[in-house]
Design a protein around this ligand. Structure first.
Ligand SMILES: *Cc1c(COP(=O)(O)O)cnc(C)c1O
Length: 379
C-alpha cells in the first residue's frame, strides 16, 4: 500500500522556514513591518491593486462585505458552486443571499442567471473563480453596473490567474483571496482583500482592526492626550500576524513556479483521461489564463460516488467540491429549496476533484489515472 495521496497540500522550502524564524526571533510578531511588505508583495500579483491582508479567506469575505456596507435589506447575488463562506459571511451582515445558477462547463456564475436574479435591493454581485478559472468578469461587470451594485470576485482559487490579459485582483471592485494550505500559496491560515477604491481599502482596514482611528487629524477629540485612539465604526480583530505575512511573502516568490507546475499536472491529467468516455476533463474558455487550484473532473452516468469510494480505498484522497451552498442545512432552514439551481445540482452530482498541488509528481498523476482507467475497464 502506497502513502495516502491528499487532494491538496502546501509546498514548503528552507527559505519559507527561515522567513518565519527570522520574524519569531525579532521584536514584532504582529502589527510590524512584515504586514505592509506582504501587502505590497501581493499587490505585485494583483495588477498593482492595493491589498489588505487578514486572518483567512473567510475573514476576507466578511471584511469585503463590510467595506461594501451591506446590511439588512440588501441582497447579494452569488453562485452556489462555492465554499459556504462566500454566502455565509453576507448573511452574518444581515443581508439576503440570492443564488443564481452556474455555467454548465466551468461551474462559474452565469451572467444571464445573475442578471435575472437582480432586484432594486441588489448591493453586490459575487462571482467565484471556480477551480482557478476566472469567471465571465466582463459580462458580470455589466450585470453589476446595470444594478448599481459592486462586483466582488471570490478569488480564493485563482491568485495568479488572468482574464483577457488582466490580472485577477484588478478586475472586480473587491477581490478576496485565501491562503489556506491547499490554496495556491499559503500562510497556514490567511487571506486578503484587493480593491482599487481608496474608500473601500480604508473601510476594509477599519473593519480588520476594530474601526480604530489613530491619526489625530481624523479624531473627534484629538486633544485627549498622546495615548488617545478612537473607535469610529464596529469591526473585529482580523489582523494577519507578521509571522504569517513573512511566510506569505516567501511563498509568493514561487507563485509563477507553482502556476507552471499546476498547469503541467493539469495537462497531464487531460492527456491521460481524454479517451475515457465515462469522464469529462475540465473546460477552458477563450481569454482565461487559469491558476489551476483544482482539477475538477466530471464523472458521467452516476458513477461519481462509486469512483470516489474506489479511489479512497486505493489511498487517493479525491474530494467533491462543492455541495451547492443552499443545500447546507443552515440555508435549508432559511427556506432555500433543493433543486434551486439545476446546473449546479448536475455539476455537483458529477464532480470529483483529483489531487493537484505543486509537489505532486508525474508518477502520482499516472497512478491516479491508472486507477480511474482500471475502474472503468479502459486499458
Ligand atoms: C477556501 C475558500 C474560502 C475560505 O477561505 P479560508 O481561508 O478557508 O477561510 C472562500 N471561498 C472559496 C471559494 C474557498 O475555496
Amino acid at each position: 500500500m502506497t502513502d495516502f495521496l491528499p487532494y491538496g497540500r502546501q509546498s514548503m522550502t528552507g527559505d519559507d522556514l527561515a522567513a518565519v524564524v527570522e520574524v519569531l526571533r525579532g521584536d514584532r510578531l504582529t502589527t510590524g513591518p512584515a504586514v505592509a511588505r506582504f501587502e505590497s508583495d501581493l499587490a505585485a500579483h494583483t495588477g498593482g491593486t492595493p491589498t489588505v491582508c487578514v486572518t483567512s479567506g473567510t475573514a476576507a469575505l466578511h471584511v469585503a462585505y463590510a467595506a461594501a456596507g451591506i446590511g439588512e435589506g440588501d441582497e447579494v447575488v452569488t453562485s452556489p458552486m462555492t465554499f459556504v463562506a462566500t454566502a455565509s459571511t453576507a448573511l452574518l451582515h444581515g443581508a439576503t443571499v440570492v443564488f443564481a445558477d452556474i455555467e454548465p462547463d466551468t461551474g462559474n456564475l452565469d451572467p444571464e442567471a445573475a442578471k435575472a436574479a437582480l432586484s432594486p435591493r441588489t448591493a453586490v454581485v459575487a462571482a467565484v473563480d471556480y477551480a482557478g478559472h476566472p469567471a465571465e468578469l466582463d459580462d458580470l461587470r455589466a450585470v453589476a453596473d446595470s444594478a448599481g451594485a459592486l462586483l466582488l470576485e471570490d478569488a480564493a482559487h485563482s491568485l495568479g490567474g488572468s482574464w483577457h490579459g488582466r490580472a485577477v485582483g484588478s478586475l472586480a471592485d473587491l477581490t478576496t483571496f485565501s491562503f489556506f494550505p491547499t490554496k495556491n500559496v499559503t500562510t497556514a491560515e490567511g487571506g486578503a482583500v484587493a480593491t482599487p477604491s481608496a474608500a473601500l481599502i480604508e473601510a476594509a482596514r477599519a473593519f480588520r482592526e476594530h474601526g480604530l482611528v489613530r491619526e489625530a487629524a481624523r479624531q473627534r477629540t484629538p486633544d485627549e492626550g498622546g495615548w488617545h485612539q478612537e473607535v469610529h465604526t464596529l469591526g473585529l480583530n482580523y489582523r494577519l500576524p507578521d509571522v504569517l505575512c513573512a511566510l506569505g511573502s516567501s511563498q509568493l516568490r514561487r507563485l509563477w513556479a507553482f502556476k507552471r507546475r499546476r498547469a503541467e499536472l493539469h495537462a497531464r491529467y487531460d492527456a491521460a483521461l481524454a479517451d475515457v468516455a465515462e469522464v469529462r476533463t475540465p473546460a477552458r474558455r477563450p481569454g482565461a489564463d487559469p491558476m489551476w487550484h483544482l482539477y475538477p473532473l466530471r464523472v458521467l452516468d452516476g458513477a461519481r460516488g462509486a469512483l470516489y469510494d474506489h479511489l479512497h480505498r486505493r489511498g487517493i484522497g479525491v474530494q467533491v467540491t462543492y455541495l451547492p451552498v443552499y443545500r447546507h442545512p443552515v440555508f435549508a432552514d432559511l427556506g432555500y429549496r433543493p433543486g434551486l439551481c439545476p446546473n449546479a445540482e448536475r455539476f455537483y452530482s458529477q464532480q470529483l476533484s483529483l489531487p493537484l498541488f505543486a509537489d505532486l509528481t508525474d508518477s502520482d498523476v499516472d497512478r491516479v489515472c491508472a486507477e480511474i482507467r482500471s475502474f472503468f475497464g479502459v486499458t
